[in-house]
Design a protein around this ligand. Sequence first.
Ligand code: IMP
Length: 427
Amino acid sequence: MPVIAVIGAQWGDEGKGKVVDLLAQKARMVVRFSGGDNAGHTVVNPYGEFKLHLIPSGIFYPRVVCIIGNGVVINPSVLMDEIAQLNQRGVDTTNLFISDRAHLIMPYHTLLDGLEEESRAGKAIGTTRKGIGPAFTDKAARLGIRAGDLLDKEVLLERLRFVLDYKNTILTKIYGASPLSLDEVYTQYCQYGERLAPHIRETTIMLEEALNREELVLLEGAQGTLLDPDFGTYPYTTSSSPLAGGSCVGAGLGPARVSRILGVFKTYCTRVGGGPMPTELKDETGDLIREQGHEYGTTTGRPRRCGWFDAVAARFSTRINGFTGVALTRLDVLDTLPRLKICVGYKLDGNTIDYFPANVAALGRCQPICEELPGWQTPISHIREYEQLPLKAQQYVTRLQELTSCPINLISVGPEREQTIMVSSIL
Ligand code: IMP
C-alpha cells in the first residue's frame, strides 16, 4: 500500500482536512508533519462539524492511528483542549500519538509572537499569534523544549531554567514586558506531561511498522506551499515546510517511501495575513467568493483575501512538490458567478512573465494576465459523477488541469465527505 502526502498547494485553507478525512477511510495511519495550531482543518462527517488544529483529520476512524509528527510544534494546552472536545463528542483519542521529538510551544513563544508582530508595525506578517515562528526559531537555535522532555521532570526543569532565563531577558529588556515565573511554567508543563505521557512515543518505529505491513499511510500537510519559508512569499510565510519534501522530515520517513503526492487546490485563491497575492479581488466579486465560501480563518476568524485561480503559482507549486495528482476543492463556491477568470501569466514592469518571482516586491507589482471562461450558474453540490457536471464546469476544470499539467483525481463540491466527485484513481 502506498504513502500519500496530502499537500496544501496555495496559501493554506485549501480543504486538506476534508480530503484527509475522506481518504482516511482506507488508511491505517495519518501523520501530521508540519506547522502547529496555526492550522485549522475543518472536517464535516457523521460525528458533526469539527475544527482541528493539531490532531490529524483521521481521528474519526477508530482503526486509524494518528500521529503528531516531529515536524509539528505543539501547544500542550491547545492539544489537551482538542482531545477533551473530541472525547466529549464521542470521538475516541486512544490512538493518538505524539512524537517525542516534536517541539513544544511555550508561554514565551505566544507572548513573543504578539510582541514581535507589534514591533513590526506597518511590516507585520499577520501571523496567527500562536507562537509558531518563535517556537521554530528556538528549534533552530537549539533552545527548544520537546515533548519527550515532559517525561523527565528533572530534564524539564534544567532545560526550562536555562531557556527561561534567556527569554525573560528578552521579554523585559527588549519589550519591557513582565518576566515569566519559572515555578508557574514548570508546574504547568509538569501537569501537561502527566496528562500527555500515554500519547508520547518514538513514533518513527510505529510508522516503519505500518510501512512494513504495507498499510496505507497518509501524511497530512498544514498551511500551503506559498507559505513555505524557502519557496513562499518570504518573509510573509510561516516557519516550517508545508511541502512534499517537508513531509518526509516532519513525519520521519525516507523520500522513496512516498508514492503519491496529492496537491490540494481550491478553484480560486485565498490568503490570510500580509504579503502579495497577484490575483486578489478587492471588489464585489471577491466579497461574493468570501461569502459563498465562508472564507473566514478557522483559527483566527479573520476574513480571507479572495482572488481568481492563479495558474502561474499553481505550476510553481506543482513543480516544487512534484504532485502526482490534484484534489480540486470548492468548485460549488463558483456556482453563481457569470464569468470566471484564470490567471495564466503576469505583467511585471512592462514584461510578460510566466514564473512566480522570489522577490515579494516584484511579486507585489505583478499584474495578472487572465483568461475568461463562462460560469455555469447552477448548483452542483448534489452531483457525484464528473459527466453530470454542467459542461461549463467541466470546461473550467479541464482548463485548470491543462494549466497545472497534473491529473485531477477528485473534485469537492461541498464540505461533507460524500460531496465528492472521484475523477480518477489517486493510487
Ligand atoms: P504563523 O504561521 O502563525 O507564523 O503565520 C505566518 C503566516 O502564515 C500568516 O500570514 C498566517 O496568516 C499564515 N498562516 C498560518 N497558518 C495558516 C493556515 O493554516 N492557513 C492559512 N494561513 C496560515
